[in-house]
Design a protein around this ligand. Sequence first.
Ligand code: PEP
Length: 248
Amino acid sequence: MRKKIIAGNWKMNKTPMEALELVEQIKDKCNVSECDVVFCVPFIDLIPVIEKVKDTNISVGAQNMYFEDNGAYTGEISPKMLKESGVKYVILGHSERRQYFCETDETVNKKVKKAIEYGLIPIICVGETLEQREKGVTVDFINVQVKSALYNVSKEDAENIVIAYEPIWAIGTGKTATNAQAQEVCAEIRKTLSSIYDNETADKMRIQYGGSVNEKNAKDLFAMGDIDGGLVGGASLKAEFIDIVKSI
Ligand code: PEP
């Protein structure tokens, strides 16, 4: 039985002071054992937030990292720095990074392998545009993203990886995928994982849905057979995130 995982992606929101205020407001009610809860916060908020949740079950994640250990990469953050700071998860290949920061399937794969090397758990984001959905190429496109991200990743390492299915047309738009649409693609992703590895590995891997998840639609989405929780953007910045966690 896969344990569900609800991760908040704060994106570029909350100064360190604001971050501490929000965590203070929601941490007790998010401190549950039924599912894994992760706050993926801006780099500058990582250390204060990690300190703030240290006596809870809540984990902290980063929203990106570079694929080298250290060196002359001005402005980048290494997996080693994240690990030493107490970070557990790292979002990789979010569509906003692919769209605005030239992230490619190749760089995502490099980052996935480097994150694993340092014991960080990647949350790998995949998802189609509206145009791709309308052309009927959603599953083909997502298969390429999944296979590329996991290229040369062993099945032992893959077991802990989280895949987040996030249709781009649903991110921040208020247009959530229907339960059936989200389940269909998550089931296809699991089939792809079986084809790369085997059924047993695919059954262990967690697949989240992300895209305008809120306290009203979360329960039904997370009840679908292949949806093991959610990656939540906008609604993770408010007390409403508690209700999303409680929907498990
Ligand atoms: C996201 O950015 O990962 C996301 C799912 O955003 P939102 O919930 O705001 O659509």
